[in-house]
Design a protein around this ligand. Structure first.
Ligand code: ADP
Length: 759
């Protein structure tokens, strides 16, 4: 067809048994203007079939009578075998019955021989060819479609389908058998349930199909079958994988809970006993061994905690708290804990907390403490000279208030190319530092996870060889009642302070504190003419950094005294520990121990304000003996090593404690003696701490009694379970003894009016 059209010629097969009629029709075609028709004559039914087999015709004109047979018969049969050749029926007379029969047989048109004109015949042939081409395209679309398609007439009879539909309906014609509408109907009936086609069905082949029905406007329906076997299988596999993953996750969580308990309980015994041993007479060698046990134990505990935290984050169990906390206390605790490490390396550690930052914030103090501990721990680890400074203040980021925490050091620094690795798990910038400094490469990864869980951001700036600064920004949330005390801004207005020391974290932090309270500060390097320079500055307060002044410390102090007949300007001494500064000839106004931070500066401020109004007599630097403690403590704990540890440490802190080995015993003892506080292990045999607490709460003696739960598990629900059982608070094991003793001291002070823990 394409070939003859390209030649602008239409090839026509004229099936006609009457010779005259053939010439007549041929003449009509020859008269068509502007188009060439080439006509081949088939005078019999057989000849016509032969011609169609031999070559491709653009169209066939078929006479109603072909010898003994009819044109309708021919169109029906040949039309099926040669669907690309449209056939037009020609008759001697117009008869409406023949017209309908021609349409049903598949004729493209029906014309009366006597009425045809060149124009009429030409138009009928053109339309027939065009429709045949459309039909060919439709067939190609149908047979190439992945979906099975069946078209139904308005009466519901199938009249069009493709082989994919036959496969879905399990219709398999035998040999050359033609598929009939009845066969398709039977296939549809087979899959229907209650007279309706199902949305989904499985064919006998095992393939699964989805059924869609489209309505053809004003003419029947199109049924579409999509094979969804693969999708179903993939969905099934996905469902299975999700179920397996969930089961594995559950198993992991319970494994973690069990393991954490199993690992942390003995760690409590190891670390506690090391602490108790340290307070017994030991020679130097033994002390070194003990230190190794303690340091290794603490680092093992750190690793266990880090791995557990990361697993909890992965399992989506890490919950961020939103509670009130005092930022200065948090910073003080962390830096006090890390100060010995800095001291051991001979480097400085100083802290600036902006006095204008609200003192009580809302957030997750535990996670913030972990972040700060990690950053300062790293800074100390990677610094050999100079020191580490922690800065906490408030900044605006895109109009939103942020808590900014910066840790800067003067250490080895981090090359630019390695910085992007910093916050990845198990990655160290330089593998060789792992050997010298240890570490798992988890700390910063955890910091970043925590910071992002809190909606914040962490970054690092660094110059190799000069040092690094890590900056954490967290959305700042201030506790409702608390506002910064703005009067602090001018509290030292007019004071001129001199720091005898050297440039470093202490000098930077002192300068920042002086500026924040309205004072000025001069840094005077230690040296032969320091007194002369001091005289020139006309300082009204002097601070001496023992570490910088070193051996000339006493000399400087003596000279100050000699020159002025006793130091008229108040003077303060900062040493590593109070003991280090002992034995001074002249008592300073205050002896301050490192790390220098907000509390130290507050003490200076208070002293200066008092001096400004009424100078007071000097006090001695000797530390007062620890006050007698009265609080009566009951410990319910089944593990014997842990009992021994608690007894030894709490007795060392001045407390008498009784021990109950299980819940029953605890209830019994509470009934017999007026305890002030109960430390209740949650996991105990025979009766656990939760049940014991519930019983105690029902007794007269137990109603207002503070009960603190102790648990080695790390799951989030622990604290809640303790509170629900009636406990007042909850401490995680291994117990932070300093924290517990501080808590007991506060209670002792409240109940018996004894002196609270000296800072
Ligand atoms: P690790 O437990 O090994 O210290 P971290 O994730 O805390 O793990 O740190 C990863 C690595 O980043 C460290 O091993 C070190 O190479 C580098 N790093 C971290 N902090 C500092 C710092 N203040 N100065 C130099 N390098 C640092």
């Amino acid at each position: 067809m394409a070939q003859s059209l390209a030649q602008n010629e239409t090839v026509v097969l004229l099936v006609e048994d009457d010779r005259d009629d053939f010439f007549l029709t041929q003449d009509v075609l020859q008269c068509v203007p502007n188009h060439k028709y080439s006509v081949v004559w088939a005078g019999s039914y057989e000849r016509a079939n032969f011609e169609l087999l031999e070559r491709t015709y653009d169209v066939a004109l078929v006479d109603y009578r072909i010898g003994e047979r009819t044109g309708l018969e021919f169109i029906r049969e040949a039309g099926r075998r040669f669907p690309d050749t449209p056939m037009i029926l020609l008759t001697g007379v117009i008869d409406p019955h023949i017209d309908r029969a021609a349409e049903e047989a598949g004729a493209a048109d029906f014309l009366e021989k006597g009425a045809i004109t060149p124009e009429l015949l030409d138009r009928s042939i053109r339309y027939a060819i065009k429709n045949a081409r459309r039909r060919a395209i439709l067939d190609a679309v149908l047979s190439n479609s992945a979906a099975g398609i069946v078209a139904l007439s308005r009466s519901g009879a199938p009249f069009l389908w493709n082989k994919q539909a036959l496969r879905a309906l399990a219709i398999e014609p035998e040999g050359t058998e033609a598929v009939t509408p009845d066969m398709v109907n039977a296939g549809l009936a087979q899959i229907a349930t209650e007279g309706r086609l199902p949305d989904q069905f499985a064919a006998t082949s095992g393939q699964v199909f989805e059924t869609g029905i489209g309505v053809v406007p004003s003419d029947g329906q199109v049924i579409v079958f999509h094979e969804i076997t693969h999708r179903m299988r993939a969905e099934e596999m996905l469902r299975k994988s999700v179920a397996e993953a969930e089961a594995a996750n559950m198993a992991k969580s319970s494994f973690l809970a069990t393991m954490s308990h199993e690992l942390r309980t003995p760690m409590n015994g190891i670390l506690g006993m090391a602490r108790v041993l340290a307070n017994t007479p030991l020679d130097n060698e033994q002390t070194t061994y003990l230190d190794t046990i303690r340091v290794s134990g603490e680092s093992l505990l750190g690793i266990i905690n880090d791995v557990l935290d990361l697993s909890k984050i992965e399992a989506g169990h890490m919950e961020i708290e939103d509670v009130d906390f005092r930022i200065a206390d948090l910073v003080h605790e962390v830096t006090t804990l890390l100060a010995p490490a800095a001291r051991g390396k001979g480097i400085d550690l100083a802290v600036f907390v902006d006095p204008l930052l609200a003192s009580t914030l809302r957030g997750d103090p535990l996670r913030i403490r972990q972040i700060v501990t990690n950053l300062i721990g790293n800074a100390i680890k990677f610094t050999e000279e100079g020191g580490v400074a922690l800065w906490v203040d408030r900044v605006e980021d895109n109009g939103r208030p942020q808590l900014r925490i910066r840790v800067s050091d003067t250490g080895i620094g981090i090359p630019e190319s390695k910085r992007e690795r910093l916050f990845k798990r198990f990655s160290q910038v330089d593998a060789s530092t792992t050997r010298t400094h240890g570490g798992t490469g988890l700390g910063l990864a955890l910091c970043r996870e925590f910071v992002s869980l809190m909606g914040g951001h962490i970054d690092c700036a660094s110059t190799p060889g000069a040092g690094s600064t890590f900056v954490v920004l967290l959305p700042l949330s201030v506790a409702g009642v608390d506002a910064p005390d703005r009067s602090r801004a001018r509290q030292l207005s007019g004071w001129r302070m001199a720091l005898i020391g050297h440039e470093g974290p202490l000098a930077s932090v002192m300068r920042a504190y002086a500026a924040s309270s309205g004072a000025t500060m001069d840094l005077l390097a230690c040296g032969p003419n320091v007194l002369q320079r001091l005289g020139q500055t006309q300082s009204t307060a002097i601070v001496i950094d023992c570490n910088a002044a070193k051996s000339s410390r006493d000399e400087i102090i003596r000279l100050i005294a000699a020159e002025q007949g006793g130091p008229s300007a108040p003077f303060f001494v900062i040493a590593d520990t109070v003991a280090d500064a002992g034995g001074l000839d002249i008592e300073p106004d205050l002896l301050l121990s490192r790390p220098f931070g907000q509390q130290s500066f507050e003490r200076i401020c208070n002293r200066l304000r008092r001096r400004a109004s009424a100078p007071v007599a000097r006090t001695t630097a000797a530390a007062a003996a620890g006050p007698q403690r009265h609080l009566k403590v009951l410990l319910a704990e089944d593990n014997e090593p842990n009992q021994r540890v608690a007894r030894a440490i709490l007795r060392g802190a001045g407390y008498a404690i009784d021990v109950a080995a299980n819940g029953h015993k605890a209830i019994e003892l509470v009934g017999q003696k007026p305890y002030d506080v109960v430390l209740m292990d949650v996991n105990m045999p025979s009766m656990d701490g939760l049940e014991a607490t519930q019983h105690i709460r029902q007794t007269e003696a137990g109603r207002g009694l503070p009960i603190i739960g102790l648990t080695a598990s790390v799951m989030d629900g622990d604290r809640q379970r303790c509170i629900e059982a009636g406990m007042n608070d909850h401490l995680a094991k291994p117990i932070d003894w300093d924290c517990l003793i501080a808590l007991l001291n506060r209670m002792d002070a409240e109940v018996y009016g004894t002196q609270a823990l000296a800072s």
